[in-house]
Design a protein around this ligand. Sequence first.
Ligand code: ZN
Length: 479
Amino acid sequence: MQNSEMQNSEEIWRLVDAKKESFIALSDRVWGMPELCYTEARSCAEHVAALEAEGFRVTRNVAGIPTAVMGEAGEGGPVIAILGEYDALPGLSQVSGLAEPRPAEANGNGHGCGHNLLGSASLLAATAVKDYLATHGLRGRVRYYGCPAEEGGAAKGFMVRAGAFKDVDIAISWHPASFSGVNEPESLANTRIDFTFTGRSSHAAAAPHLGRSALDAVELMNVGVNYMREHMPDGARVHYAMLDGGGVAPNVVQARAKVRYLIRAKDLVELNPLVQRVRKIADGAALMTETKVETRVISAVSNLLGNAPLEKLMHDNFMRLGPPDFDDLDRAVAAKFQATLTAEDITAAYRRHGLNVEPGKVLCDKIVPIETSGAGGVGSTDVGDVSWVVPTVQARGATCAIGTPFHSWQLTGQGKTSFAHKGLVHVAKVMAGTALDAIRDPGLIERARNDLEKRTGDAPYACPLPSEVGPALDMSKAA
Ligand SMILES: [Zn+2]
Protein backbone atom coordinates (compact mmCIF):
# COMPACT_ATOMS: atom_id res chain seq x y z
CA MET A 1 0.00 0.00 0.00
CA GLN A 2 1.25 3.51 -0.81
CA ASN A 3 1.99 5.72 2.14
CA SER A 4 -0.74 8.13 1.04
CA GLU A 5 -3.32 5.31 0.89
CA MET A 6 -2.24 3.97 4.25
CA GLN A 7 -2.74 7.42 5.71
CA ASN A 8 -6.41 7.15 4.84
CA SER A 9 -7.00 3.69 6.24
CA GLU A 10 -8.64 4.89 9.46
CA GLU A 11 -11.93 6.72 9.48
CA ILE A 12 -10.64 9.51 11.74
CA TRP A 13 -7.86 10.22 9.23
CA ARG A 14 -10.37 10.33 6.37
CA LEU A 15 -12.39 12.87 8.38
CA VAL A 16 -9.25 15.03 8.65
CA ASP A 17 -8.63 14.74 4.91
CA ALA A 18 -12.24 15.57 4.10
CA LYS A 19 -11.87 19.08 5.49
CA LYS A 20 -8.18 19.76 5.08
CA GLU A 21 -8.49 22.30 2.27
CA SER A 22 -10.40 24.88 4.30
CA PHE A 23 -7.95 24.57 7.22
CA ILE A 24 -4.94 24.92 4.94
CA ALA A 25 -6.60 28.07 3.62
CA LEU A 26 -7.13 29.25 7.21
CA SER A 27 -3.43 28.73 7.96
CA ASP A 28 -2.44 30.65 4.84
CA ARG A 29 -4.75 33.56 5.71
CA VAL A 30 -3.33 33.77 9.25
CA TRP A 31 0.19 33.62 7.75
CA GLY A 32 -0.78 36.67 5.70
CA MET A 33 -1.92 38.75 8.71
CA PRO A 34 0.93 38.26 11.20
CA GLU A 35 -0.15 39.76 14.53
CA LEU A 36 1.85 39.99 17.75
CA CYS A 37 1.26 39.10 21.35
CA TYR A 38 -2.35 39.83 22.46
CA THR A 39 -3.13 41.85 19.33
CA GLU A 40 -4.17 38.79 17.26
CA ALA A 41 -7.68 40.23 16.69
CA ARG A 42 -7.98 39.29 13.02
CA SER A 43 -6.31 35.90 13.40
CA CYS A 44 -8.55 35.08 16.35
CA ALA A 45 -11.61 36.23 14.38
CA GLU A 46 -10.62 33.82 11.61
CA HIS A 47 -10.52 30.97 14.13
CA VAL A 48 -13.87 32.03 15.63
CA ALA A 49 -15.42 32.05 12.15
CA ALA A 50 -14.06 28.55 11.45
CA LEU A 51 -15.40 27.28 14.80
CA GLU A 52 -18.82 28.75 14.12
CA ALA A 53 -18.91 27.38 10.56
CA GLU A 54 -18.22 23.93 12.04
CA GLY A 55 -20.97 24.28 14.64
CA PHE A 56 -18.81 24.47 17.77
CA ARG A 57 -20.28 26.22 20.83
CA VAL A 58 -17.98 29.22 21.05
CA THR A 59 -16.80 31.01 24.22
CA ARG A 60 -14.96 34.24 23.49
CA ASN A 61 -12.80 36.34 25.75
CA VAL A 62 -11.49 33.33 27.70
CA ALA A 63 -9.84 34.48 30.97
CA GLY A 64 -10.76 38.06 30.03
CA ILE A 65 -8.35 37.99 27.10
CA PRO A 66 -9.98 39.39 23.93
CA THR A 67 -7.93 37.17 21.58
CA ALA A 68 -8.46 33.90 23.47
CA VAL A 69 -11.30 31.65 22.33
CA MET A 70 -12.70 28.22 23.12
CA GLY A 71 -15.02 26.09 20.98
CA GLU A 72 -16.70 22.92 22.26
CA ALA A 73 -18.62 20.14 20.53
CA GLY A 74 -20.18 16.88 21.68
CA GLU A 75 -22.12 15.88 24.80
CA GLY A 76 -21.17 14.27 28.11
CA GLY A 77 -18.25 11.90 28.44
CA PRO A 78 -14.61 12.92 28.78
CA VAL A 79 -13.37 16.37 27.76
CA ILE A 80 -10.43 16.49 25.37
CA ALA A 81 -8.75 19.85 24.77
CA ILE A 82 -6.71 20.51 21.65
CA LEU A 83 -4.64 23.67 21.98
CA GLY A 84 -3.73 26.04 19.16
CA GLU A 85 -1.90 29.33 18.74
CA TYR A 86 -1.82 32.05 16.08
CA ASP A 87 0.59 34.77 17.18
CA ALA A 88 3.52 35.98 15.07
CA LEU A 89 6.89 37.57 15.78
CA PRO A 90 8.25 41.06 15.13
CA GLY A 91 10.80 41.65 12.38
CA LEU A 92 10.40 38.23 10.71
CA SER A 93 8.40 39.26 7.66
CA GLN A 94 9.52 37.23 4.65
CA VAL A 95 8.33 36.67 1.09
CA SER A 96 6.57 33.30 0.93
CA GLY A 97 8.56 30.49 -0.67
CA LEU A 98 11.67 32.61 -1.28
CA ALA A 99 14.92 31.10 0.01
CA GLU A 100 16.78 34.36 0.52
CA PRO A 101 16.04 36.99 3.14
CA ARG A 102 13.56 39.51 1.74
CA PRO A 103 10.83 40.94 3.97
CA ALA A 104 7.34 41.02 2.47
CA GLU A 105 7.01 44.25 4.44
CA ALA A 106 9.94 46.28 5.78
CA ASN A 107 10.33 45.65 9.53
CA GLY A 108 7.08 43.71 9.36
CA ASN A 109 5.90 40.86 11.54
CA GLY A 110 6.14 37.28 10.36
CA HIS A 111 5.11 33.76 11.29
CA GLY A 112 8.68 32.78 12.15
CA CYS A 113 7.53 30.09 14.60
CA GLY A 114 4.84 28.54 12.38
CA HIS A 115 1.92 29.35 14.66
CA ASN A 116 -0.29 29.83 11.61
CA LEU A 117 0.10 26.07 11.10
CA LEU A 118 -0.16 25.36 14.82
CA GLY A 119 -3.61 26.87 15.24
CA SER A 120 -5.03 25.50 12.02
CA ALA A 121 -3.88 21.90 12.52
CA SER A 122 -5.27 21.85 16.07
CA LEU A 123 -8.61 23.22 14.92
CA LEU A 124 -8.69 20.68 12.06
CA ALA A 125 -8.02 17.85 14.54
CA ALA A 126 -10.79 19.07 16.85
CA THR A 127 -13.17 19.28 13.88
CA ALA A 128 -12.44 15.70 12.80
CA VAL A 129 -13.02 14.42 16.35
CA LYS A 130 -16.30 16.38 16.50
CA ASP A 131 -17.40 14.82 13.22
CA TYR A 132 -16.48 11.33 14.40
CA LEU A 133 -18.40 11.74 17.69
CA ALA A 134 -21.46 12.98 15.80
CA THR A 135 -21.38 10.19 13.20
CA HIS A 136 -21.05 7.45 15.81
CA GLY A 137 -23.20 8.96 18.56
CA LEU A 138 -20.25 8.63 20.94
CA ARG A 139 -20.35 10.47 24.25
CA GLY A 140 -17.47 12.85 24.70
CA ARG A 141 -16.59 16.48 24.24
CA VAL A 142 -13.81 17.95 22.18
CA ARG A 143 -12.63 21.51 22.64
CA TYR A 144 -10.37 23.76 20.62
CA TYR A 145 -8.57 26.40 22.68
CA GLY A 146 -7.25 29.32 20.66
CA CYS A 147 -4.41 30.56 22.89
CA PRO A 148 -2.86 33.96 22.14
CA ALA A 149 0.49 35.50 22.96
CA GLU A 150 2.63 32.36 23.24
CA GLU A 151 5.56 34.49 22.15
CA GLY A 152 6.23 36.77 25.07
CA GLY A 153 2.86 36.84 26.79
CA ALA A 154 2.43 33.25 27.99
CA ALA A 155 -1.33 33.58 27.94
CA LYS A 156 -1.99 29.94 28.81
CA GLY A 157 -0.82 30.58 32.40
CA PHE A 158 -3.54 33.21 32.79
CA MET A 159 -6.06 30.84 31.18
CA VAL A 160 -5.07 28.10 33.66
CA ARG A 161 -5.33 30.54 36.56
CA ALA A 162 -8.82 31.58 35.41
CA GLY A 163 -9.91 27.92 35.48
CA ALA A 164 -10.29 27.52 31.71
CA PHE A 165 -9.00 23.93 31.88
CA LYS A 166 -10.49 22.83 35.20
CA ASP A 167 -12.91 20.24 33.76
CA VAL A 168 -10.55 19.04 30.99
CA ASP A 169 -9.45 15.38 31.13
CA ILE A 170 -6.63 15.47 28.59
CA ALA A 171 -4.86 18.23 26.67
CA ILE A 172 -3.15 17.72 23.32
CA SER A 173 -1.01 20.15 21.35
CA TRP A 174 1.87 20.25 18.88
CA HIS A 175 4.56 22.47 17.45
CA PRO A 176 6.10 22.73 13.97
CA ALA A 177 9.54 21.13 13.82
CA SER A 178 12.17 19.48 11.64
CA PHE A 179 11.09 15.97 12.66
CA SER A 180 7.84 14.20 13.48
CA GLY A 181 7.31 12.45 16.78
CA VAL A 182 6.15 12.86 20.34
CA ASN A 183 7.58 16.00 21.89
CA GLU A 184 10.12 15.35 24.59
CA PRO A 185 8.55 16.85 27.71
CA GLU A 186 11.40 19.13 28.50
CA SER A 187 11.09 22.88 28.79
CA LEU A 188 12.31 25.52 31.17
CA ALA A 189 10.28 27.49 33.68
CA ASN A 190 10.68 31.20 33.07
CA THR A 191 9.55 34.68 33.91
CA ARG A 192 9.77 38.04 32.17
CA ILE A 193 10.15 41.10 34.35
CA ASP A 194 10.49 44.74 33.33
CA PHE A 195 12.83 46.85 35.49
CA THR A 196 12.19 50.59 35.14
CA PHE A 197 14.77 52.89 36.70
CA THR A 198 13.98 56.53 37.44
CA GLY A 199 16.67 59.13 38.17
CA ARG A 200 16.99 62.85 37.62
CA SER A 201 17.93 64.54 34.35
CA SER A 202 20.42 67.36 34.07
CA HIS A 203 22.79 68.92 31.56
CA ALA A 204 25.45 66.29 31.11
CA ALA A 205 28.27 68.86 30.72
CA ALA A 206 27.14 71.92 32.67
CA ALA A 207 25.63 70.16 35.71
CA PRO A 208 26.48 66.45 35.69
CA HIS A 209 26.61 66.41 39.50
CA LEU A 210 22.91 67.25 39.63
CA GLY A 211 21.91 64.30 37.48
CA ARG A 212 21.24 60.72 38.51
CA SER A 213 21.33 58.40 35.53
CA ALA A 214 18.75 55.66 35.05
CA LEU A 215 20.78 54.43 32.08
CA ASP A 216 23.80 53.94 34.36
CA ALA A 217 21.57 51.88 36.64
CA VAL A 218 20.52 49.60 33.77
CA GLU A 219 24.15 49.15 32.71
CA LEU A 220 25.23 48.33 36.25
CA MET A 221 22.36 45.90 36.63
CA ASN A 222 23.41 44.11 33.45
CA VAL A 223 27.03 43.94 34.64
CA GLY A 224 25.88 42.54 37.97
CA VAL A 225 23.72 39.90 36.34
CA ASN A 226 26.53 38.95 33.97
CA TYR A 227 28.77 38.32 37.00
CA MET A 228 26.00 36.18 38.49
CA ARG A 229 26.06 33.84 35.47
CA GLU A 230 29.01 31.84 36.76
CA HIS A 231 27.03 30.97 39.86
CA MET A 232 23.72 29.88 38.39
CA PRO A 233 22.30 26.34 38.45
CA ASP A 234 23.13 24.25 35.36
CA GLY A 235 20.74 24.89 32.53
CA ALA A 236 19.55 28.25 33.84
CA ARG A 237 19.41 31.07 31.30
CA VAL A 238 19.17 34.85 31.62
CA HIS A 239 18.56 37.22 28.71
CA TYR A 240 17.76 40.90 28.56
CA ALA A 241 16.62 43.54 26.09
CA MET A 242 16.77 47.31 26.51
CA LEU A 243 13.25 48.62 26.04
CA ASP A 244 14.20 52.20 26.80
CA GLY A 245 17.74 53.55 26.93
CA GLY A 246 16.51 56.91 28.14
CA GLY A 247 16.65 58.83 24.92
CA VAL A 248 18.90 59.74 22.03
CA ALA A 249 20.67 62.82 23.41
CA PRO A 250 24.06 62.05 24.98
CA ASN A 251 24.25 65.53 26.53
CA VAL A 252 21.32 64.73 28.81
CA VAL A 253 21.60 62.62 31.96
CA GLN A 254 18.96 59.97 31.26
CA ALA A 255 16.25 60.12 33.89
CA ARG A 256 14.38 56.99 32.83
CA ALA A 257 15.50 53.66 31.43
CA LYS A 258 13.89 50.26 31.16
CA VAL A 259 15.24 46.77 30.65
CA ARG A 260 13.25 43.56 30.23
CA TYR A 261 14.71 40.43 31.77
CA LEU A 262 13.82 36.88 30.78
CA ILE A 263 15.01 34.44 33.43
CA ARG A 264 14.80 30.67 32.89
CA ALA A 265 15.58 27.61 34.98
CA LYS A 266 14.86 23.88 35.04
CA ASP A 267 11.77 24.28 37.21
CA LEU A 268 10.09 26.71 39.58
CA VAL A 269 12.14 25.41 42.51
CA GLU A 270 15.31 26.65 40.80
CA LEU A 271 13.72 29.65 39.11
CA ASN A 272 12.31 31.45 42.14
CA PRO A 273 15.63 31.97 44.04
CA LEU A 274 17.33 33.04 40.80
CA VAL A 275 14.65 35.69 40.26
CA GLN A 276 15.20 36.94 43.82
CA ARG A 277 18.91 37.33 43.06
CA VAL A 278 18.24 39.31 39.88
CA ARG A 279 15.89 41.54 41.87
CA LYS A 280 18.61 42.14 44.47
CA ILE A 281 21.06 43.12 41.73
CA ALA A 282 18.50 45.64 40.41
CA ASP A 283 18.14 47.07 43.92
CA GLY A 284 21.95 47.26 44.14
CA ALA A 285 22.14 49.14 40.85
CA ALA A 286 19.53 51.60 42.10
CA LEU A 287 21.47 52.07 45.33
CA MET A 288 24.73 52.73 43.49
CA THR A 289 23.19 55.30 41.18
CA GLU A 290 20.71 56.90 43.61
CA THR A 291 17.86 56.02 41.31
CA LYS A 292 14.60 54.20 42.00
CA VAL A 293 13.61 50.91 40.45
CA GLU A 294 10.10 49.64 39.80
CA THR A 295 9.35 46.16 38.54
CA ARG A 296 6.52 44.63 36.57
CA VAL A 297 6.09 40.90 35.98
CA ILE A 298 5.05 40.43 32.35
CA SER A 299 4.70 36.66 32.25
CA ALA A 300 5.71 33.49 34.02
CA VAL A 301 5.52 29.87 32.94
CA SER A 302 6.13 26.53 34.59
CA ASN A 303 8.29 23.76 33.19
CA LEU A 304 6.55 21.12 31.10
CA LEU A 305 5.50 17.84 32.71
CA GLY A 306 5.49 14.67 30.67
CA ASN A 307 2.81 12.02 30.75
CA ALA A 308 3.95 8.49 29.96
CA PRO A 309 0.58 6.89 29.04
CA LEU A 310 -0.30 9.77 26.72
CA GLU A 311 3.15 9.82 25.11
CA LYS A 312 2.84 6.11 24.37
CA LEU A 313 -0.65 6.60 22.95
CA MET A 314 0.47 9.44 20.70
CA HIS A 315 3.54 7.53 19.57
CA ASP A 316 1.32 4.55 18.62
CA ASN A 317 -0.73 6.96 16.49
CA PHE A 318 2.42 8.26 14.81
CA MET A 319 3.57 4.71 14.08
CA ARG A 320 0.21 3.63 12.63
CA LEU A 321 0.17 6.71 10.41
CA GLY A 322 3.81 6.68 9.35
CA PRO A 323 5.87 9.75 8.43
CA PRO A 324 4.47 12.62 6.33
CA ASP A 325 4.20 11.91 2.62
CA PHE A 326 6.65 14.47 1.21
CA ASP A 327 7.54 14.15 -2.50
CA ASP A 328 10.42 15.21 -4.76
CA LEU A 329 8.93 18.61 -5.43
CA ASP A 330 8.65 19.26 -1.68
CA ARG A 331 12.25 18.18 -1.22
CA ALA A 332 13.43 20.41 -4.06
CA VAL A 333 11.86 23.52 -2.51
CA ALA A 334 12.98 22.59 1.01
CA ALA A 335 16.53 22.00 -0.24
CA LYS A 336 16.78 25.66 -1.25
CA PHE A 337 15.93 26.72 2.29
CA GLN A 338 18.23 24.13 3.81
CA ALA A 339 21.07 25.53 1.67
CA THR A 340 20.79 28.83 3.60
CA LEU A 341 21.42 27.08 6.95
CA THR A 342 24.76 26.41 8.57
CA ALA A 343 26.05 22.90 9.19
CA GLU A 344 25.66 23.69 12.90
CA ASP A 345 21.95 24.51 12.44
CA ILE A 346 21.40 21.12 10.82
CA THR A 347 23.48 19.15 13.32
CA ALA A 348 21.69 20.88 16.19
CA ALA A 349 18.29 19.78 14.85
CA TYR A 350 19.37 16.13 14.82
CA ARG A 351 20.99 16.37 18.24
CA ARG A 352 17.94 18.04 19.71
CA HIS A 353 15.99 14.90 18.83
CA GLY A 354 18.75 12.47 19.79
CA LEU A 355 19.30 11.42 16.16
CA ASN A 356 22.43 10.83 14.13
CA VAL A 357 23.00 13.32 11.32
CA GLU A 358 21.98 12.04 7.89
CA PRO A 359 23.86 14.18 5.36
CA GLY A 360 21.83 15.27 2.36
CA LYS A 361 18.44 14.58 3.94
CA VAL A 362 16.12 17.55 3.42
CA LEU A 363 12.75 16.61 4.90
CA CYS A 364 11.77 14.24 7.69
CA ASP A 365 11.05 10.67 6.53
CA LYS A 366 10.73 8.93 9.88
CA ILE A 367 9.06 9.04 13.26
CA VAL A 368 11.49 9.92 16.04
CA PRO A 369 11.65 6.95 18.47
CA ILE A 370 9.97 7.74 21.76
CA GLU A 371 12.88 6.62 23.91
CA THR A 372 15.50 8.90 22.31
CA SER A 373 16.78 11.62 24.51
CA GLY A 374 17.86 14.84 22.90
CA ALA A 375 20.69 17.18 23.76
CA GLY A 376 20.37 20.90 24.19
CA GLY A 377 18.08 23.36 22.54
CA VAL A 378 15.59 23.49 25.38
CA GLY A 379 13.32 26.52 25.39
CA SER A 380 10.15 27.31 27.28
CA THR A 381 6.47 27.01 26.49
CA ASP A 382 3.34 28.22 28.19
CA VAL A 383 1.91 24.73 27.64
CA GLY A 384 3.98 24.02 30.79
CA ASP A 385 1.28 25.42 33.07
CA VAL A 386 -1.45 23.41 31.35
CA SER A 387 0.65 20.25 31.87
CA TRP A 388 0.64 20.79 35.66
CA VAL A 389 -3.18 20.78 35.90
CA VAL A 390 -4.22 18.46 33.04
CA PRO A 391 -2.45 15.35 31.66
CA THR A 392 -0.87 16.84 28.55
CA VAL A 393 0.93 15.53 25.47
CA GLN A 394 2.44 17.39 22.56
CA ALA A 395 3.47 16.32 19.09
CA ARG A 396 6.23 17.64 16.93
CA GLY A 397 5.16 17.88 13.34
CA ALA A 398 7.63 18.05 10.46
CA THR A 399 6.74 21.14 8.44
CA CYS A 400 10.12 22.56 7.32
CA ALA A 401 13.57 21.75 5.96
CA ILE A 402 15.58 19.81 8.54
CA GLY A 403 17.64 22.27 10.59
CA THR A 404 15.41 25.32 10.12
CA PRO A 405 15.73 27.31 13.36
CA PHE A 406 12.64 28.66 15.10
CA HIS A 407 12.20 32.40 14.96
CA SER A 408 13.91 32.76 11.60
CA TRP A 409 13.01 34.24 8.21
CA GLN A 410 13.53 30.74 6.81
CA LEU A 411 10.65 29.39 8.90
CA THR A 412 8.39 32.28 7.88
CA GLY A 413 9.30 31.66 4.24
CA GLN A 414 8.29 27.98 4.44
CA GLY A 415 4.96 28.58 6.22
CA LYS A 416 2.80 28.32 3.10
CA THR A 417 4.72 25.64 1.17
CA SER A 418 3.13 22.36 0.12
CA PHE A 419 5.28 20.49 2.63
CA ALA A 420 4.14 22.77 5.47
CA HIS A 421 0.55 22.04 4.40
CA LYS A 422 1.24 18.29 4.37
CA GLY A 423 2.83 18.55 7.81
CA LEU A 424 -0.25 20.39 9.07
CA VAL A 425 -2.62 17.65 7.86
CA HIS A 426 -0.32 14.88 9.07
CA VAL A 427 -0.08 16.16 12.64
CA ALA A 428 -3.83 16.89 12.70
CA LYS A 429 -4.37 13.16 12.02
CA VAL A 430 -2.04 12.22 14.88
CA MET A 431 -3.78 14.56 17.32
CA ALA A 432 -7.28 13.53 16.22
CA GLY A 433 -6.37 9.84 16.50
CA THR A 434 -4.86 10.36 19.95
CA ALA A 435 -7.94 12.27 21.14
CA LEU A 436 -10.29 9.62 19.82
CA ASP A 437 -8.33 6.75 21.39
CA ALA A 438 -8.49 8.57 24.73
CA ILE A 439 -12.26 9.06 24.45
CA ARG A 440 -12.77 5.38 23.65
CA ASP A 441 -10.63 4.14 26.54
CA PRO A 442 -11.68 5.53 29.93
CA GLY A 443 -8.91 3.44 31.55
CA LEU A 444 -6.38 5.49 29.66
CA ILE A 445 -7.69 8.77 31.02
CA GLU A 446 -7.39 7.32 34.51
CA ARG A 447 -3.81 6.17 33.90
CA ALA A 448 -2.92 9.60 32.53
CA ARG A 449 -4.43 11.28 35.60
CA ASN A 450 -2.53 8.92 37.93
CA ASP A 451 0.71 9.67 36.09
CA LEU A 452 0.16 13.41 36.59
CA GLU A 453 -0.61 12.93 40.28
CA LYS A 454 2.59 10.94 40.71
CA ARG A 455 4.64 13.73 39.13
CA THR A 456 3.04 16.54 41.14
CA GLY A 457 2.60 14.64 44.41
CA ASP A 458 5.52 16.29 46.23
CA ALA A 459 4.95 19.78 44.93
CA PRO A 460 1.46 20.47 43.64
CA TYR A 461 0.94 23.23 41.08
CA ALA A 462 1.57 26.72 42.32
CA CYS A 463 0.82 29.35 39.70
CA PRO A 464 4.07 31.24 39.04
CA LEU A 465 2.14 34.45 38.28
CA PRO A 466 1.83 36.89 41.18
CA SER A 467 -1.88 37.23 41.97
CA GLU A 468 -1.95 40.96 41.18
CA VAL A 469 -0.47 40.43 37.72
CA GLY A 470 -2.85 40.20 34.77
CA PRO A 471 -2.14 39.52 31.10
CA ALA A 472 0.00 42.31 29.61
CA LEU A 473 -2.58 43.15 26.94
CA ASP A 474 -0.72 46.39 26.23
CA MET A 475 2.62 44.63 25.81
CA SER A 476 3.11 44.97 22.07
CA LYS A 477 2.66 48.70 22.45
CA ALA A 478 4.76 48.92 25.63
CA ALA A 479 7.61 47.00 24.03
ZN1 ZN B 1 6.41 28.60 18.69
